[in-house]
Ligand binder design. Structure first.
Ligand code: A3P
Length: 302
């Protein structure tokens, strides 16, 4: 057992149940400590990376770090993702510090991570006009990725069978709530704030174009050879092998990667290997209803 795991109380290793905060099921520890999260003080030069879980958050974080460090790979390997980027709403068992405390202690300019839906993001981000990068992924691949993640992450509720899980996903009865509300929530507000809305499928299709978009948003103009270095370092194969990006430094008592890797497949269209024809039909009918009236569209293959 590693040092960090040994120092934690016994109940740290239980899967957490969900508890509602303003209509959104969140992990119990987050829901019960929500006040400091809601009151978190953003700074104008913060960058918030927001997403529904499993949309490609870790990928965008690595791209942002490479842009900040102008392609210096060694600097980006200074610490694991979860240390470089405080996860705002995470409330781990002591002695590990809550995300908001980690963020408070961080010098500017800060790069912060959240999975909170738009209406639960601390208000100060909008008051301070901080920049936000939102990344979204098509619902089918997102659901498959989340199912496997809930198997490996021992702090998430038990996912059950794929069939059971898909039902819960469609009902929004999973941690951080409804995918449909989440992606629509940021989409509807993107023009009222400094929000760059990105798609996982676009990043897979043309990483060079998408990295340029992020650079422009961060007001950085780096030469082509640095852009190439960023794409290489943030490719799926490179990140899968990078211990500072693949969560292999997370104690196995929390992240059990013995049979499923955090960097699992990294593809568009893996849903086809999981959805039965019947599941696909039911999912699509329900999807149409939930997304009706929204101009937001996704690609489920590229
Ligand atoms: P899969 O489970 O489909 O493989 P998040 O960081 O939001 O938790 O998202 C994790 C998902 O993004 C996983 O999807 C992971 O493999 C994928 N991912 C991470 N880095 C990636 C990269 N560089 N390229 C493509 N996909 C990546």
């Amino acid at each position: 057992m590693d040092k960090m795991t040994k120092s934690l109380p016994e109940n740290s290793f239980r899967r957490l149940s969900l508890k509602m905060v303003q209509g959104v099921p969140l992990r119990k520890t987050t829901a019960e400590n929500f006040e400091p999260i809601a009151n978190f003080q953003a700074r104008p030069d913060d960058l918030l990376i927001a997403s529904y879980p499993k949309a490609g958050t870790t990928w965008i974080l690595e791209i942002v770090d490479m842009i900040d460090n102008e392609g210096d790979v060694e600097k980006c390997k200074r610490a694991p993702t979860f240390v470089r980027f405080p996860f705002l709403e995470i409330s781990p068992p002591p002695p590990v510090k809550p995300g908001v405390e980690e963020a408070d202690n961080m010098p500017s300019p800060r790069r912060l991570k959240t999975h909170l839906p738009f209406h639960l993001v601390p208000k100060s981000f909008w008051e301070k006009n901080s920049k936000v990068i939102y990344v979204a992924r098509n619902a089918k691949d997102n659901a498959v990725s989340y199912y496997y993640f809930d198997k490996l992450n021992q702090r998430q509720p038990e996912p059950g069978t794929w069939e059971e899980y898909l039902e819960k996903f469609m009902q929004g009865n999973v941690a951080w709530g409804s995918w449909y509300d989440h992606v629509k929530g940021f989409w509807e507000k993107k023009d009222q704030h400094q929000i760059l809305y990105m798609f996982y499928e676009d990043m897979k299709e043309n990483p060079e174009r998408e990295v340029r978009k992020v650079m422009k948003f961060l007001e950085k103009n780096l030469p082509d050879h640095i852009n190439s270095k960023i794409i290489q370092h943030t490719s799926f194969s490179a990140m899968k092998e990078n211990p500072m990006a693949n969560y292999s430094t997370m104690p196995p008592a929390f992240f059990d990667q013995s049979s499923i890797s955090f960097m699992r497949k990294g593809e568009v269209g893996d849903w086809k290997n999981h959805f039965s024809a019947d599941q696909n039909k039911v999912f699509e009918e329900d999807y149409k209803k939930k997304m009706a009236g929204s101009s937001l569209t996704f690609r489920t293959e590229i």
